[in-house]
Design a protein around this ligand. Structure first.
Ligand code: NAD
Length: 426
């Protein structure tokens, strides 16, 4: 196993961590992240340049959601964001928590606010440990559009018209007209914004080349004809700029020598069969949501999947938000509140934290490439991230991992965090 290179700074002044937006959520993941922050990060960094926004339901309610708007603005300004999982309150939770209303998805607001292109979700691997997928699986989920932004209503019998009114003053036309003959219907209207699919394609194909995996495009375009545009754009970018590189690298051997389209229901089956890994998939927003959860299960735990949003600020610089792919882990939170032992795998959370810290350091270095203290800070962050990752992986390797990996003898949430801290700080 790689050795731990990092030296504790307990006798030196702490390094000032570069500016970053820290978004707090709630429940089990908030509890665990605060614990690991205290034990793994605070001993080595001065965090005064971080901006923290509390996106718990209560805080959003108390501020009439101003805190979400502030967090989106801060993300645009700073460009590096770490986010703990948050709750989008259901009707029942609105009552239980005494909220003024069912606040919308903060993730949706951020993806829109940061011109989200893609949510990249990849399997995390630990050398020497056999995971669900042997080799890397990459996923590119279109960050915007689809069902998440739908307008809807419950209606009776009648006619439903969806009319498009062009901005350029040309004649409006009816996109869809349907007669509703049932007495009870739900009508849903949504769209897929496609302007940034080319950028998504570039991000996806570059990542597949870098990780040496075979790319697949997933839609249900055979039946959902409107999804053809997604495939067409991906294929065009591939043919124009990437096909030769993939052929040279021998990465199209398993897909018949070309970019291959998979129907989403077939993709669900292949995800269970292709446990050797070595492939990437790109899909629309909702398919990506479902398929990446399936990947998480095949790969043993949602704790072994990353989730990084790539967006763009108005001046073209990339905004990157890093989070775990899972939610707030309510079941373990309820166990914790009931005084029972829990075993949360924090790897997805901490990969996100490390990703955000690295990206924050890169942004500072881009701004001041010749500034000595910035160069030093950047090197320190890189080294720290490397060492922290090694400390976590070693803890798993020595059979001291969480129970999703090690079974019933695995460590509890608190013991695992303390063990990694011991390895990191000794
Ligand atoms: P979840 O991802 O929190 O949990 C699903 C299952 O996986 C649970 O059995 C849980 O114990 C297990 N699990 C997840 N992560 C784990 C980890 N790191 N280690 C060990 N086990 C882990 O999903 P859920 O229970 O459907 O949702 C809980 C809450 O999270 C909901 O309120 C939902 O709105 C919210 N949510 C937030 C996000 C986000 O902020 N990005 C994403 C999904 C769900």
């Amino acid at each position: 196993a790689p050795t731990v290179r990092y030296q504790s700074t307990s006798d030196n002044a702490k390094i000032k961590a570069p500016p970053m937006v820290y978004i707090q959520g709630e429940e089990m993941t908030h509890y665990a992240t605060q614990l690991l922050l205290q034990q793994w990060i605070v001993p080595h960094f001065d965090l005064s340049a971080w901006e923290t926004y509390d996106l718990s339901c209560k805080s959003r309610d108390d501020t009439n959601d101003q805190v979400l708007k502030d967090a989106v603005d801060a993300g645009k300004r700073i460009g590096a964001i770490f986010k703990e999982p948050t709750i989008t309150p259901s009707a029942i939770q609105v009552q239980e928590m005494g909220l003024k209303k069912a606040w919308g998805s903060p993730n949706g607001a951020m993806r829109k606010g940061w011109n989200g292109i893609t949510i990249s979700r990849d399997t995390i691997h630990i050398e020497g440990i056999q995971m669900g997928y042997k080799d890397q699986v990459l996923f590119e989920r279109h960050a915007v559009g689809g069902e998440y932004g739908a307008g809807w209503n419950e209606v009776g019998q009648g006619t439903l018209l969806t009319t498009y009114i062009p901005d350029d003053g040309s004649a409006p036309f009816v996109v869809d007209k349907r007669d509703l003959t049932d007495k009870h219907n739900v009508c849903v209207v949504y769209h897929n914004p496609y302007d940034n699919v080319r950028e998504l394609a570039h991000i996806f194909f570059k990542r597949c080349l870098e990780h040496k995996v075979t790319p697949y495009i997933v839609t249900k375009k055979t039946v959902f004809k409107w999804q053809e545009g997604f495939w067409r754009t991906m294929k065009q970018v591939f043919d124009d700029q990437y096909k030769d590189q993939f052929l040279k690298a021998g990465l199209l051997d398993r897909s018949g020598g070309d970019l291959t389209h998979l129907i989403s229901d077939a993709a669900t089956m292949q995800l269970i069969r292709w446990t050797d890994g070595g492939f990437g998939m790109a899909a629309h927003n909702y398919d990506g949501d479902m398929l990446t959860d399936q990947i998480a299960q095949v790969h043993r735990s949602p704790g072994f999947i990353t989730s990084n949003l790539v967006g763009k600020s108005d001046d073209g610089t990339l905004i990157k938000e890093f989070e775990a792919s899972h939610g707030t882990v309510t079941d373990l939170w309820n166990d914790h509140l009931a005084g029972k032992e829990t075993s949360l795998n924090p790897l997805g959370l901490v990969e996100a934290l490390m990703g955000a810290m690295s990206h924050a350091a890169n942004l500072q270095l881009e701004k001041k490439p010749n500034d000595k203290s910035t160069v030093q800070m950047h090197a320190f962050v890189e080294n720290f991230v490397d060492t922290l990752r090694t400390s976590i992986h070693n803890t798993f390797r020595y059979g001291q991992g969480t129970r999703d990996m090690c079974g019933p003898t695995g460590f509890t949430t608190e013991d695992f965090i303390a063990k990694v801290a011991w390895r990191l700080n000794r």
